[in-house]
Design a protein around this ligand. Structure first.
Ligand code: URA
Length: 216
């Protein structure tokens, strides 16, 4: 379905026209909370196809109405979507619609006002993480500090692989992730120009959490 281009080896830009169109609708400041959330849900479904493109397949014997055949199937239970709270939850519904058997983990981080470093306040994962492939979800890969902290924490559980799925990123966020975790592939719908002095992506779409939950 979507055509992928790879601006760098580890960044997959999902530039399918449907994704780009929906993203443009979301960026508009007058998009309602309802339409922002609905569009994010739809884009998340489309991006789930790309992030799962190389999922392992199993040969399974099935019966068609006409005969027996060996068919390909995936084991969705091996996949864990890990949401970085709270905005990551806006991506979960969409990706779980496409891979309903996937497991879900949550990680909560806040920024210490003195050190400016991410501090973990919540961490809940399925068991047997060493047997699983992880897709971390967060709409905005901005400074990259939370994303790097989340991935570092998840690596302690020795999962089979970790990918990062976001809606928007910028050169600074990609650089931060690559510096610490060059092995983590990033899937994004856009690479915007830059961060501003408050850590917001420009031109961006504002505060993703506020726009998803209507809290601004
Ligand atoms: N988080 C957001 O919600 N928006 C940004 O632009 C950057 C980080």
């Amino acid at each position: 379905m979507t055509t992928l281009t790879q601006p760098t080896p580890q960044v997959h830009l999902v530039n399918h026209p449907l994704v780009q169109h929906k993203l443009s609708l979301m960026r508009r400041k007058d998009a309602s909370t309802n339409s922002f959330r609905t569009l994010l849900n739809e884009i998340s479904m489309l991006m789930a196809y790309e992030v799962t493109r190389d999922m392992p397949m199993q040969d399974v014997e099935i019966e068609t109405p006409l005969e027996t055949m060996t068919a390909k199937m995936i084991d969705g239970k091996k996949l864990v979507f890990v949401s970085i709270l709270r905005a990551g939850n806006g991506i979960l519904d969409g990706v779980l619609t496409v891979v309903p058997g996937a497991r879900v983990g949550h990680i909560g981080l806040y920024r210490d006002p003195n050190t400016l470093q991410p501090v973990e306040y919540y961490f809940k994962m399925p068991k047997d993480m060493e047997e699983r492939d992880i897709v971390v979800v967060d709409p905005m890969l901005a400074t990259g500090n939370s994303a790097v902290a989340a991935v570092s924490r998840l690596k302690q559980l020795k999962p089979k692989s970790i990918k990062f799925l976001c809606l928007l990123t910028c050169p600074e966020g990609i650089a931060t992730m690559h510096k610490t975790h060059p092995d983590v592939e990033i899937f994004t719908a856009a690479i915007d120009r830059q961060l501003n002095e408050h850590g917001y992506i420009l031109p961006g779409l504002g505060d993703a959490g506020d726009r998803i939950f209507g809290t601004q």
